[in-house]
Design a protein around this ligand. Structure first.
Ligand code: F0G
Length: 461
């Protein structure tokens, strides 16, 4: 707990080692973004000054995590680190069974293949790109059942990650509960701006799912951050620990997929968890085909050790206060400067509303992609599009999905950048905002078949 009397978000650690950055000129950055087809995913890390592309796998590990690497037991089978990870996950997340995977999408793949049958509908509180794709590849169809507020970047609703039970019930009435293999529930919904669900909503969802015999599968990727918001915003939780709230969430669900590259403070890793014996047996068997033996799932022993330690460090009030505090520091600076961002400020990123930032650019000319490129050119700040490019095409009409949210994500890695770095980012955004009228959109000149945002190429209009 915070034992200091000042309510600052100051970091509960000090810096032991630094990584040097390369400074570039505007001409160098212009050349770099042109070579990358105006897609920040295709730019080189060496050309980036402040990397806000993602909070995934970009955390700084602690001295204890680095020390843990030396404890790596690199045996093919039954590694000591697997049992340590298993015990840690059971303790903090509370599920009975654990299957490690190389990262989150490895777990999504296993779960989708095991639980989804051709023609099933999979409801979720908004989609995530890889999650939905794995559902579709397994023969399912994703159905959005998040509350309407989540699609409105200006709504101040404190729990925009909530499930709309009427939407869920409409689906169940339409297709029957036996065509709904599970509901996919994400903590701190990434695509909605890092917005939490409430415990009250989860409790109602649990009751509904019990009546209809539908399992709840959690996307636990940023659920420690969700627990922090429950502690801060929901009545009755102010005196509970993040650790207890996390357990309460997991205890109300039937299993999870996890990208440990976020909450768990590691550079690689993930897992699938469940309580059902039969599902576990299938996952343990399938992991051998796609990831590796069931006691390493594509990870080195040292990776599992770092993950176990990372979970312990993440589930603390001190860590979370600094984590969320830094994101809010940047968010408030941008709000004070009149920059349109998704409200309330979420946990892992600031999302700029590119529709309002560049209102003169049509959505099919990709305003968010355009803004991400402009920020890179301005200051070497690398961000990510989360709009029309990420949403992809409708499999039915073949048209761009034109989602309501057309966002640029400034994602903050954990324990990596300083307050002064956040000031640089804010200045860069403001400078681009001042000359926004001069900015023109982009046209897509190469479009890959799967998850197009990663490798698509563009040219200026
Ligand atoms: N679920 C959520 C909510 C995610 O944000 C991610 C990854 C995944 C699943 C997939 O996990 O990358 O380990 O395979 N999100 C990253 C991001 C890529 O930048 O938002 P993964």
């Amino acid at each position: 707990m915070n034992t200091h009397k000042h309510h600052t978000w100051a970091e509960p650690y000090k810096i032991k080692m630094v990584e040097l950055l390369r400074m570039t000129t505007r001409e160098e950055r212009l050349e770099a973004i042109r070579e990358a087809g105006y897609n920040t995913f295709l730019t080189k890390s060496r050309d980036v000054y402040i990397d806000l592309l993602t909070d995934s796998g970009t955390s700084a590990m602690s001295d204890r995590q680095w020390a843990g690497l030396m404890l790596g037991d690199e045996a093919y089978s039954g590694s000591e680190n697997f049992y340590h990870l298993e015990q840690t996950v059971q303790e903090y997340y509370g599920y009975k069974y654990l299957v490690p995977t190389h990262q989150g999408r490895g777990a999504e793949h296993l779960m989708s293949q095991i639980l989804i049958r051709e023609g099933d509908r999979v409801p979720g509180n908004m989609y995530f790109t890889t999650t939905r794709l794995h559902q579709e590849l397994a023969g399912g169809k994703f159905v959005d059942v998040i509350v309407d507020e989540a699609h409105d970047p200006q709504s101040e609703f404190p729990f925009k990650g909530n499930v709309d039970l009427d939407k869920l019930d409409a689906l169940v009435q339409e297709v029957g509960a036996d065509r709904v293999p599970y509901i996919s529930l994400e903590g701190n919904v990434n695509m909605a701006g890092g917005q939490p669900f409430s415990m009250a909503n989860l409790r109602e969802l649990r009751a509904y799912c019990d009546t209809h015999d539908i399992p709840i599968m959690l996307d636990a990727t940023r659920t420690i951050e969700n627990a922090w918001f429950i502690r801060e915003r929901e009545e009755g939780y102010a005196d509970k620990s993040v650790r207890d709230i996390l357990r309460e969430i997991c205890d109300m669900t039937d299993g999870c997929t996890m990208s440990a590259k976020k909450d768990a403070l590691v550079n690689i890793g993930g897992f699938f968890c469940c309580n059902d014996d039969e599902v576990f047996r299938k996952a343990q068997n399938l992991v051998v085909v796609y990831e590796g033996l069931h006691t390493y799932g594509g990870l080195a022993g040292r990776d599992m050790e770092a993950m176990a330690q990372g979970i312990r460090e993440a589930v603390t009030e001190e860590h979370m206060a600094a984590r969320i505090g830094q994101v809010r520091y940047l968010g408030r600076k941008l709000m004070d400067a009149g920059i349109p961002i998704v409200r309330p400020i979420g946990s892992h990123a600031i999302f700029i509303d590119a529709r309002r930032f560049l209102p003169h650019i049509d959505q099919d000319d990709y305003p968010a992609q355009t803004l991400a490129a402009a920020l890179f050119i301005e200051a070497g700040v690398r961000t990510m599009e989360r709009g029309n490019v990420s949403a992809g095409r409708s499999p039915i009409t073949g048209e761009n999905r034109r989602p309501k949210l057309e966002l640029v994500r400034l994602t903050i890695p954990r324990r990596v950048y300083t307050q002064a770095h956040m000031d640089v980012v804010a200045e860069a955004v403001c400078d681009v905002y001042e000359r926004r009228d001069e900015i023109r959109g982009l046209k897509m000149v190469y479009e890959p078949e799967y998850l197009r945002f990663f490798q698509a190429r563009f040219e200026p209009l």
